[in-house]
Design a binder for this molecule. Structure first.
Ligand code: AMP
Length: 207
């Protein structure tokens, strides 16, 4: 299966991706995580991406296409894309490379996004997300250090939401026309949202 996880920052894409990837045995490709790895390793892609990420802006489409092609090269049987596409140009470029089966659009209101993101901690090793309000962990289950992402503060989150509304949300129209869009209510617990996702994938399978 070729699945795209779509939705605003803080919708729970990363967390749900982990569950979906475990259950369906799909490689999880998070373009944000790839960029953060590049920033850490001080690569050319990382140097470019940093300027955008810190300001809550989208990295340029040509950079993202290079990242995507590299990541997809080992995923012939299927994948779970998390955080890509984020612009119409990216969606159209993706169509030229492969046929996506279903786009899970996780919907959540802006206040819940801000609340989740300002309380988010992420493992510096495996990328797993934790919520300070729910978890009292000081380290990740994998032993990695929990850190706060540079772009996870209220000011940058508001900008990321603004960019989402203007550049990313319109991409849903593209997939709606292709009859590939499934709406998922992103409110509630991780388990509740995952149940909705499983139902949507089951419904897709029956189509
Ligand atoms: P994420 O981890 O998905 O929240 O992504 C973190 C940041 O990486 C985003 O706010 C963007 O600056 C950048 N980014 C990730 N994926 C993309 C993409 N497909 N297009 C442009 N920028 C991206």
């Amino acid at each position: 299966m070729k699945i795209v996880l779509f939705g605003p920052p803080g919708a729970g894409k990363g967390t749900q991706a982990e569950h979906i990837s475990n259950m369906y045995g799909l490689p999880h490709i998070s373009t944000g995580a790839v960029l953060r790895r590049n920033i850490e390793e001080k690569t050319q892609i990382g140097l470019v991406a940093l300027q955008y990420i810190e300001r809550g802006r989208l990295a340029p489409d040509d950079v993202m296409m290079d990242v995507l092609k590299m990541e997809l090269s080992g995923c012939k049987k299927g994948f779970l894309l998390d955080g890509f596409p984020r612009t119409l140009a990216q969606a159209e470029a993706l169509d030229k490379i492969t046929d996506v089966d279903v786009v899970l659009n996780i919907e959540i209101d802006a206040d819940s996004v801000v609340e989740r993101i300002v309380n988010r901690m992420v493992c510096s090793k495996c990328g797993k997300n934790y919520n300070k309000k729910i978890h009292s962990h000081t380290a990740c289950d994998c032993g990695g250090e929990l850190i706060v992402r540079k772009d996870d503060n209220e000011e940058v989150v508001r900008e990321r939401l603004r960019v989402y509304e203007s550049e990313t949300r319109p991409v849903t129209e593209h997939y709606l026309k292709q009859n590939k869009l499934a709406h998922i209510d992103g409110h509630g617990t991780i388990e509740e949202v995952f149940e909705r996702i499983k139902q949507a994938l089951y419904d897709y399978d029956k189509k």
